[in-house]
Design a protein around this ligand. Structure first.
Ligand SMILES: Nc1ncnc2c1ncn2[C@@H]1O[C@H](COP(=O)(O)OP(=O)(O)O)[C@@H](O)[C@H]1O
Ligand SMILES: [Mg+2]
Length: 334
């Protein structure tokens, strides 16, 4: 049984001026104990919304419809606030892009960690100041920050240190799953690599399962076991990360791979494909990537491709249908 399992999850935003914006569409994914999975796709394709849905952090105007999310075999959608607090202990944590936003500007690091520990402790087990100090020191050590940082306020820390503090806060409740949403995007390249290394080491040592969300394929492929590619709110491909570097893939994955390793990846608009991401307020007729896809056939504009088993994972593409290509001829270099 997977640790985290999402089936047919749909999320829309209620927009005042228009219809609903369907940011996540029919997403099914599962995460095994200790697995490290990446989620990639251009900005606006629904990655963060999915991260919020999985961690039960969606707030209006976002609405989850249909589908089911289970953690350790138990349904976690629609939990009462009390149950939700219990679920956060040993459950799922979320680390956001900007450490600063997750941190309380008027609390020092030790107090912030204390706040989290107190808020989620059972009534009979309220931690003492000494226990908080000890645990906070331990957590800082895990994220490779010196103990002096305990007394610092967020504005006194660099971007990298803030992001490490945000990770320490997420670790405080010993989650079994952590969703990292663009954890290094706001950092410069060297700091980014160091923080990613810490995340990877923590994941290996603490054995939590992780979902690493990024617009940058090179961030995800370097760290993860499996990579999920999203386009227009849907999963279009899901494969072992090691297989992404070669062979045939979804045409959108192949386009992302052409930007691989380019430090401008966040600004690249997939220059070799004309057009822009789909309007998420419209129902999709056919494949939402078809208007930008050089390989699109007629069927791609009329019928929605469903995820089906492909190579070692899953794929949603008519032009890569089983039987048209087989693994033997798929090893052309991108
Ligand atoms: N609060 C909101 N209200 C309305 N639309 C939103 C809101 N947040 C996100 N969206 C829309 O949902 C879609 C997916 O956004 P998001 O999940 O942030 O994508 P990503 O993380 O991949 O950049 C985008 O079209 C975005 O404009
Ligand atoms: Mg995002």
């Amino acid at each position: 049984m997977p640790l985290l399992d999402a089936k047919d999850v749909n999320v829309y935003y209620e927009a005042t001026h228009a219809d609903r914006i369907w940011a996540v569409r029919d997403v099914s994914l599962s995460l095994e104990e200790g697995e490290f999975v990446g989620v990639v796709g251009e900005s606006g394709c629904g990655k963060s919304t999915l991260g919020f849905a999985l961690t039960q952090m969606l707030r209006p105007p976002a609405h989850l419809t249909g589908g089911a999310i289970t953690f350790d075999g138990r349904e976690v959608t629609g939990l009462s606030p009390e149950r939700l607090r219990a679920f956060r202990r040993g459950g799922i944590a979320l680390v956001l892009q900007s450490g600063m936003n997750a941190l309380n500007p008027v609390r020092n690091v030790e107090n912030m960690i204390g706040d989290v520990l107190k808020a989620h402790a059972a009534k009979s087990e309220r931690p003492s100041s000494r226990q908080i100090h000890q645990r906070a020191t331990e957590l800082l050590q895990m994220v490779e920050l010196p103990p002096e940082v305990l007394k610092n306020f967020p504005h006194e820390l660099s971007g990298g240190m803030r992001q490490r503090t945000a990770i320490a806060l997420a670790l405080a409740l010993e989650p079994r799953v952590i969703v990292f949403d663009e954890p290094t995007t706001a950092l410069d390249v060297l700091v980014q690599a160091a923080v990613l290394k810490t995340i990877k080491e923590l994941q290996r040592m603490r054995k939590f399962a992780a979902l690493l969300i990024s617009h940058d394929m090179s961030v995800v492929l370097g760290e993860t076991d499996r990579t999920i590619v999203m386009y227009g709110g849907r999963i279009v491909e899901d494969q072992p990360s090691s297989s992404m570097l070669s062979g045939e893939h979804h045409p959108y994955t192949e386009a992302l791979m052409r930007c691989y390793g380019d430090p401008r990846a966040d600004r690249i608009e997939l220059s070799d494909i004309a057009g822009s991401p789909p309007d998420l307020s419209l129902p999709d007729q056919g494949c939402s990537f078809a208007p930008r896809c050089k390989e699109a056939e007629e069927v791609c504009t009329t019928s929605l491709p469903l995820l089906h088993p492909w190579r070692q994972g899953r794929l949603a593409c008519h032009t890569r249908a089983v039987g048209k290509n087989h693994i033997g001829e798929a090893d052309r270099v991108l």
